[in-house]
Design a protein around this ligand. Structure first.
Ligand code: NAD
Length: 963
């Protein structure tokens, strides 16, 4: 009998043995089973149910529970009935919030207890004992909150040490724990490969030392793909350092890489003469991998078709069972087909049932577990232990898994699919191509994946090259000519101000006037170049930026102090603008025919405005000017571009890319110079038709004023597009997921040292959540690594120059007067470093809550309820970005309706808008203009024109032509 025939035979025998049994979750006679049934029948209900279950444990008043119950299920005939019945029984007909809340909490707790063995290790002992009595063993996993700080990581390690001491107390045979490496180092990130390995090892050391002492085994769970290779590297280091600890790692069959990783692990065991354990799972983060892969434009690491995963699982099973001398394998699945296949392979290879084990999840597939135990197989049950709130993510994952259409358990126990369908061998599908699609529709440029070693290495090399080239000189470009001036801007590294990045020529009025004349001359021709051809220049310039992306990112790291990821994000955003506006111009260039009345023809087209000035800031030194310049140029205008004096070297590379893309001389002039001098001269010049500015409010308003003045001979009223500052707030309410909120506020407030116009500088905390939120935020801030960003372990670098440093320090002093200093961190006195600061008890109208600081200073404002929070958020004259962390549908709706922000973000950080997906820009004092990276942006650089012709001549009307 071959492997497949035997698989079918075993499968059928297991299937027969479990026939008639129903795992409790699918038992329609119980309320849990009924809920699951509704969830499976109605996806909308499922979403609401799972979201409600997720938020429930963090609601700390009964009123809140009842309010959310109403918000999620108000009007749903199913849930109120169920709860009403329960309530009637408890409260004799009187529905009180406390009683209703208790009933609901009890229900969800029962549901959680289905999958989670107890609140703490001690509480789980009973469950472990009963597993033992069944003949099974356990692998205990401590569930916890996301680890966001060093202190949380230390707490986690202490909990594991305690667990291991308890398990290893001589009572349990071959006890095992499972853990996630990301819980042991809060700043873990593959970009800092060596540093992450070192710090995670440090966090894990006490745990492994205890395991060694107590003879307990440890398996590293596998988490998101992004840290998969790092996890494997940490695993190898642990194996080397702790040869006596029985150490294992999980392998996810849904990953296309899994086979390669397994081969690598086998080589590692052979070379090190050390047995390891491997737990083969299918993988629990499929949605996450699929979504983040698509969002980032990275190749999707998981198989898209479930059969491919199942087949890979079988392939990997064969490899694992063929290597039992090197690897102790755990086949972790509830799928009868997959486990029958494993048994069949083991028989075929003549392996004793002792040489490997099966694993299943606590609370799932109990009937199948029973059959395997009866057949004499070794069984380990993955047993999570923990408090209710941190367990919710796990619980919802399990519920999703069980109710998903592809769930084997659902198909076998709920839908009762025929046995031949359940046991059918997985059908391999043609591998999908994941290559880039050269499409007419715009797609964002994928960021660099720094978990890939080659990318890290190329970035290191680029940094070295940029640093070596200290004598870099960047001339002006006027009418295609390079012009060097005596006066120079010396651009320095803000982390080490003595380090020069480049010397850039600096224009005076004379050069500015020549540049304008050059632009005017070029415009005569450029304005007549067809839209598609103009767009071609943008696409070619984008290609140049792509080719130079490492060098450009390295320059930004050194010139303005961005982290590797932020610098790379600025380069990809620049590429995005070029690609997006190019396509937009092709669309708009087609013009429109308006109306379909016979006898007239109305043509609606766009014409360029003329000669414009682009003035940009330093904080997105490539992307922002790339956006403004490319929009103006592709619309048929000629441009004089004045970069910020703080980031002129990066700016010069943009002009270089356009030049290399073949942009005709004169279409784009590069004119760095002092803002108050060259900038003002250009703005006030009568031969300028429009100004595109991004920068601070004061300068923006001054430009608006200057531009409004008309001069002798001026042909146009100057159009001003001005994107200005912000004083952005995030609201965190009592229903928020604090793991997410702390992380999101931290990233939004400290990303690029708070120097993003979209940065969060006010956090408005609603009700009782303030204490916990601020404590966790403070600890998380204390764990952020500060230092020169050329070292990838530092996620906070310097602020951009001495002026910025002094201004921010001034605001910190003011904050201490206006509020209460909650947290401040010293960042040394070398370079322009400022540590993060939190100021509490801030009044809504105080200066630190009203003025843009543009640094890592966060004001905390407390509000009683959502209405007060939104009033506080809306209390400044700015209107740029805003955010809310909440799981209350009503609060989210309220924010959608009345939170004043050009870009409002719900349950995510408020920085990092993507071109084409989150067009960016504000209203109020944050700007006049249509959103950058959006469908209205180019219109600002053109004049619409309508030509109407009477086509009726002597009673004859030509036939209308299709457009
Ligand atoms: P800034 O206003 O000091 O400078 C911006 C540009 O204006 C620079 O090129 C500067 O040289 C020039 N300039 C200065 N004075 C001038 C004058 N009198 N006439 C003409 N030009 C003049 O801003 P910054 O420090 O470079 O950038 C930070 C500011 O930019 C923050 O306020 C931030 O919020 C804002 N910003 C806004 C957006 C947005 O999209 N809304 C994006 C990025 C930055």
């Amino acid at each position: 009998m071959n492997i497949e025939q035997r698989t079918q035979e075993i499968g059928r025998s297991i299937h027969t043995a479990v026939a008639g049994e129903v795992p409790s979750l699918f038992d329609r006679k119980r309320w849990m089973g009924r809920l699951m049934e509704w969830a499976m029948e109605d996806p909308g209900f499922k979403t609401r149910l799972f979201r409600f279950i997720d938020v429930l444990p963090s609601l700390n008043t009964d009123e809140l529970v009842v309010r959310l119950l109403r918000e999620y299920f108000g009007g749903d005939p199913r849930i109120p009935l169920l709860i009403r019945r329960g309530l009637e029984r408890i409260a004799g007909g009187r529905v009180m919030p406390a009683v209703a809340a208790l009933a609901v909490r009890k229900g969800v707790e029962t549901l959680a207890r289905q999958f989670i063995a107890g609140r703490g290790p001690e509480k789980a002992l009973n469950a472990l004992r009963s597993l033992e009595n069944e003949g099974a063993q356990a692998s205990v996993d401590l569930l916890g909150e996301a680890v966001l700080s060093d202190s949380e990581a230390q707490d986690y390690a202490a909990r594991y040490v305690h667990l291991l001491s308890l398990l290893g107390n001589g009572r349990r045979d071959r006890a095992e724990v499972s853990l996630k490496v990301s819980s042991f180092y809060s700043q873990i990130d593959p970009v800092d490969w060596e540093g992450s390995i070192r710090a995670t090892m440090e966090g894990l050391r006490p745990v492994f030392e205890t395991a060694q002492r107590t003879g307990t085994a440890i398996t590293l769970d596998m988490e998101h793909y992004h840290i998969k290779d790092l996890t494997l590297a940490i695993f190898r280091s642990l194996c080397r350092e702790f040869p006596d600890v029985s150490c294992g790692v999980a392998l996810q069959a849904y990953l296309k890489d899994a086979r390669r990783d397994l081969d690598e692990l086998l080589r590692f065991t052979k070379a090190g003469d050390r047995r390891i354990a491997v737990r083969l799972v299918k993988g629990a983060y499929w949605d996450y991998e699929n979504v983040t892969g698509r969002q980032k434009g990275w190749p999707i690491p998981v198989f898209l078709n479930k059969d491919e995963t199942d087949r890979n699982f079988e392939d990997l099973t064969r490899v694992l069972l063929g290597n039992t001398h090197l690897v102790h394998s755990a086949i972790a699945t509830h799928n009868i087909r997959s486990l029958s296949h494993a048994i069949s392979v083991s028989e075929h290879l003549g392996i004793s049932p002792d040489a490997f084990e099966f694993q299943m999840l606590y609370g799932m597939a109990e009937p199948i577990r029973g059959v395997l135990l009866k057949k004499g197989f070794r069984m380990r049950v993955y047993t999570p232990v923990g408090e209710l709130i941190p367990c919710m993510a796990y619980l919802v994952r399990r519920l999703l898994e069980n109710t998903s259409g592809e769930s084997f358990l659902r198909r076998s126990f709920f839908e009762r699919s025929p046995v031949e369908v359940l046991l059918r061998p997985p059908v391999p599908v043609e591998p999908r191509k994941n290559g880039s699609i050269l499409s007419e529709t715009f797609v964002n440029e994928p960021p660099l994946d720094f978990s890939i070693a080659e990318n890290r290495q190329r970035m290191e090399e680029a940094l070295l090259r940029v640093k070596d080239n200290r004598d870099r000189r960047c001339p002006l470009i006027i009418d295609g000519r390079e012009v060097s001036t005596e006066r120079e801007i010396v651009s320095v590294n803000p982390a080490r101000p003595e380090e020069v990045i480049g010397r850039v020529s600096s224009a005076s009025g004379k050069e500015a006037s020549e540049a304008l004349a050059g632009a005017r001359k070029a415009w005569a021709l450029w304005s007549k170049v067809p839209a598609g051809e103009r767009a071609g220049h943008l696409f070619r310039a984008a290609e140049r930026l792509r080719q130079r992306r490492f060098e450009l990112a390295a320059i930004e790291v050194l010139e303005v102090g961005k982290t590797w990821q932020d610098a790379d994000a600025d380069v990809t955003e620049a590429i995005d603008y070029l690609e997006y506006y190019g396509r937009e111009m092709i669309r708009l260039g087609k013009g429109l025919r308006l109306g379909d009345i016979p006898g007239e023809e109305n043509e609606y087209v766009y014409r360029p405005r003329g000669v414009g000035v682009v003035i940009s800031p330093w904080n997105f030194p490539l992307a922002i000017p790339a956006g403004m310049v490319s929009a103006a140029v592709v619309a048929g205008n000629c441009v004089v571009f004045k970069p910020s004096g703080v980031s002129p070297v990066t700016g010069s590379f943009l002009c270089r890319a356009f030049k290399e893309a073949g942009l005709p001389p004169g279409v784009l002039q590069f004119l760095p110079g002092p803002g108050g001098e060259a900038g003002e001269y250009l703005v006030a010049h009568p031969d300028v038709d429009f100004i595109a500015f991004t920068g601070s409010r004061d300068v923006g308003l001054r430009i608006v004023r200057l531009a409004a003045e008309t001069h002798e001979g001026q042909r146009n009223v100057k159009k001003v597009v001005a994107e200005m500052g912000g004083k952005n707030a995030i609201i965190v309410d009592e229903t928020a997921d604090l793991d997410e909120a702390v992380k999101g506020v931290l990233e939004s407030a400290l990303g690029f040292q708070g120097q993003k116009c979209s940065a969060c500088s006010r956090v408005i905390v609603v009700g009782s959540v303030a204490g916990t939120f601020v404590r966790r935020l403070r600890e998380a801030m204390a764990s952020v690594r500060i230092g020169p960003t050329e070292e990838p372990g530092n996620s906070m670098g310097p602020v951009v120059d001495r002026d910025a440093l002094l201004r921010i320090r001034g605001y910190i002093t003011l904050g201490e007067l206006e509020g209460r200093l909650i947290y401040r961190r010293d960042a040394g006195d070398k370079g322009f470093f400022v540590g993060p600061v939190i100021i509490g008890d801030v009044a809504v109208d105080s200066r630190v809550a009203q003025e843009e600081i543009f640094g890592p200073v966060l004001a905390v404002i407390e509000a009683r309820d959502m209405d007060e929070a939104i009033r506080a958020a809306n209390s400044t004259s700015y209107e740029l970005t805003g955010g809310i962390y909440s799981r209350s549908p009503d609060s989210i709706l309220k924010a959608r309706m009345s939170f004043r922000a050009g870009n409002l973000y719900i349950n995510r950080k408020i920085t990092g808008a993507m071109v084409g997906r989150q067009p960016f820009g504000g209203a109020g004092m944050s700007g006049i203009g249509s959103k950058a990276g959006g469908p209205d942006y180019l219109l600002q650089f053109m004049n619409p024109r309508c030509v109407s012709e009477n086509t009726l001549r002597r009673g004859f009307v030509p036939e209308q032509q299709e457009q």
